[in-house]
Design a protein around this ligand. Structure first.
Ligand SMILES: Nc1ncnc2c1ncn2[C@@H]1O[C@H](COP(=O)(O)OP(=O)(O)O)[C@@H](O)[C@H]1O
Ligand SMILES: [Mg+2]
Length: 302
């Protein structure tokens, strides 16, 4: 199904930081997504949502140059993606560090220089200063010299973000960076990312199961489900009609005290750690925004 697809509903007229056109990713006869057209503007915050196995991580791997498209084209910073590019910062899906890991936060951050453009001659002092500055930027100075494994999940995540920011990326890819953080740290970590995005006009691609902690920051949502996708502003995509269409089953999207509550997805993808949204208060049906046609939808039908 082809329709006119506005490439960017975003605040800028400059060249996109990330551009996908006719992009598809398949494994055997299984299609994760296809016919994906998406241009991400400098400074844009894109949330990537969808159930487990929808291909969110695989999309980041494509942008990192670790995975090839099955069809279509992709550019990051105006070039085909390649490993180790300094254009891209990456916050991988969080795993807790081993308690005995003999590595300090400061060491982890410095590893962000691997494959980086800085030459040997500029190591040492300049590198040390740069690492110290980025650690300070994320507010991690107080614990940067403690063993990583002894830090809290939120502290570890700040250091991962510092590592990703070390090379001054123009595109920041984050794979479920809020997973296993409590609400306080979810807020702190997402605000940290958002602040840096605004200060340096970084494009953020933020894979998440839970849109509420970042709802106020998100420009557009890319929603992937079973080979189908939709992209547009949250008000347009996070509606009963659009999600029911994507999932091909009845989904209810409610707005409860400024939060989005999704009821009826086949998996528990929208569960929030400690969240209570499966028991929404009795708000009655919430009128959705006007059914605007400005977003895009693609992928196989049926
Ligand atoms: N090399 C591969 N060969 C076959 N299937 C794969 C391969 N890599 C990933 N997959 C499958 O692709 C699907 C999407 O994975 P992923 O991108 O990690 O999804 P998400 O991050 O949305 O949960 C998963 O079902 C996974 O098993
Ligand atoms: Mg994933």
């Amino acid at each position: 199904m082809t329709q006119a697809r506005p490439m960017v509903a975003a605040p800028s007229t400059t060249a996109p930081s990330v551009a996908l056109s006719g992009a598809a990713l398949r494994f055997g006869d299984r299609t994760l997504w296809d016919d994906l057209d998406l241009a991400i503007a400098p400074g844009e915050f894109l949330a990537v949502l969808g159930p487990n196995g929808a291909g969110k991580t695989s999309l980041l791997q494509v942008l990192l140059g670790l995975r090839k498209l099955s069809a279509g084209a992709v550019e990051v910073g105006g070039r085909p993606p390649r490993r180790g590019s300094s254009v891209v910062g990456y916050v991988p899906q969080q795993k807790a560090f081993d308690r005995d890991l003999p590595l300090r936060g400061r060491d982890l951050v410095r590893l962000g220089l691997d494959g980086h453009r800085w030459g040997l001659a500029r190591r040492n002092r300049e590198t040390r200063d740069r690492v110290a500055r980025v650690i300070d930027d994320v507010g991690a100075t107080a614990y940067a010299d403690a063993p990583l494994g002894l830090l809290s999940g939120g502290e570890q995540q700040r250091l991962r973000i510092a590592q990703a920011l070390l090379g001054d990326p123009t595109v920041l890819l984050c794979d479920e960076p809020l997973l296993s953080l409590d609400l306080h740290h979810q807020r702190a970590v997402s605000e940290l990312i958002d602040t840096r995005r605004r200060a340096a006009n970084i494009s953020v691609v933020f894979v998440t199961h839970e849109i509420n902690p970042i709802l106020s920051m998100v420009d557009r949502v890319l929603y992937l489900v079973g080979g189908r996708w939709a992209v547009g502003p949250p008000d347009e995509i996070m509606t009963s009609e659009r999600l029911s269409d994507l999932y091909n089953t009845d989904i209810d999207v409610l707005r409860v005290r400024g939060r989005i509550v999704v009821v009826g997805t086949p998996d528990a993808a929208h569960g929030e750690p400690g969240g209570d949204h499966h028991h929404p208060v009795d708000t009655g049906p919430v009128p959705g925004p006007p059914r605007a046609p400005a977003g895009s939808t693609g992928g196989r039908t049926g």
